[in-house]
Design a protein around this ligand. Structure first.
Ligand code: IMP
Length: 187
C-alpha cells in the first residue's frame, strides 16, 4: 500500500520555536494557575477569532474549574503582517457577559491595540471581573500599555505561525509554533 504523509510539509525557512510538547506543558501550567485563581467560580472564556481558537480549546479542556466560552472577531491586520492600527468589531459575542467572570483569551499580543479595544468593550458591559490571558506575548512593538494576567511565552520580534496563528490565513494547523522569515514591520 502507498505510504501517506501524516503531517503537513513545513518549509525549510520556518524555524521551530515551540514544539507541540512545549505547548501542551505550558498550557497545562497556565490552566493550573487559572483554576487555582478561580476556585469556586465559573470562568467565561472570551476568545478572539480566529487565532485564539486553538489555544482556547486546549485551555478549556485542561481547566479544573467550570468553564463556558464564546468568541468574538475583530479586524486589525487584514492579510498583511502589519497592523493598520484600527480595530473594529466584525462578530460580537453570542451571549451577554454582564456579571460574569471573564477571561479574554488571545493568541498573541503585539501592538496591544486589539486587546485594549476588547478590554474596553467588556468593561462597558459591566462584567463581574476581567482578566487577560495570551499564549504569546511580543512586547517589542507595543503601541499601548496592556497588563496581562496570564502569559504562555514571551517571544522576540519575529513573525510566528502555527498553533492557530496564520500568515495570510495559512499554517494555523501546525501543532508547533514557528518563526518565519517575514519582518513584523516594514519600518
Ligand atoms: P495587536 O492588536 O497588534 O496586539 O495584534 C493582535 C493580533 O494580531 C493577534 O491576535 C493576531 O491575530 C495578529 N498577529 C500579531 N502578530 C502575529 C504573528 O506573529 N503571527 C500571526 N498573527 C499575528
Amino acid at each position: 500500500m502507498e505510504e501517506r504523509e501524516t503531517t503537513i510539509k513545513i518549509p525549510e525557512h520556518f524555524r521551530l520555536l515551540y514544539t507541540a510538547e512545549d505547548i501542551s506543558k505550558r498550557v497545562e501550567e497556565m490552566a493550573g494557575e487559572i483554576s487555582q485563581d478561580y476556585e469556586g467560580k465559573t470562568v467565561h472564556l472570551v476568545g478572539v477569532l480566529k487565532g485564539a481558537a486553538v489555544f482556547l480549546s486546549d485551555l478549556l479542556r485542561t481547566l479544573t474549574v467550570p468553564a463556558t466560552y464564546d468568541f468574538l472577531s475583530v479586524a486589525s491586520y487584514g492579510d498583511s503582517t502589519e497592523s493598520t492600527g484600527v480595530v473594529r468589531l466584525i462578530k460580537d459575542l453570542d451571549d451577554p457577559v454582564e456579571s460574569r467572570d471573564i477571561i479574554i483569551v488571545e493568541d498573541i499580543i503585539d501592538t496591544g491595540l486589539t486587546l485594549k479595544y476588547i478590554e474596553e468593550l467588556m468593561r462597558n458591559r459591566k462584567v463581574s471581573s476581567l482578566s487577560k490571558c495570551t499564549f504569546l506575548d511580543r512586547p517589542d512593538r507595543r503601541k499601548v500599555h496592556v497588563e496581562m494576567d496570564y502569559v504562555g511565552f514571551t517571544i522576540p520580534d519575529c513573525y510566528v505561525v502555527g498553533y492557530g496563528l496564520d500568515f495570510e490565513q495559512k499554517w494555523r494547523q501546525l501543532p508547533g509554533i514557528y518563526a518565519i522569515n517575514q519582518p513584523t514591520s516594514k519600518e
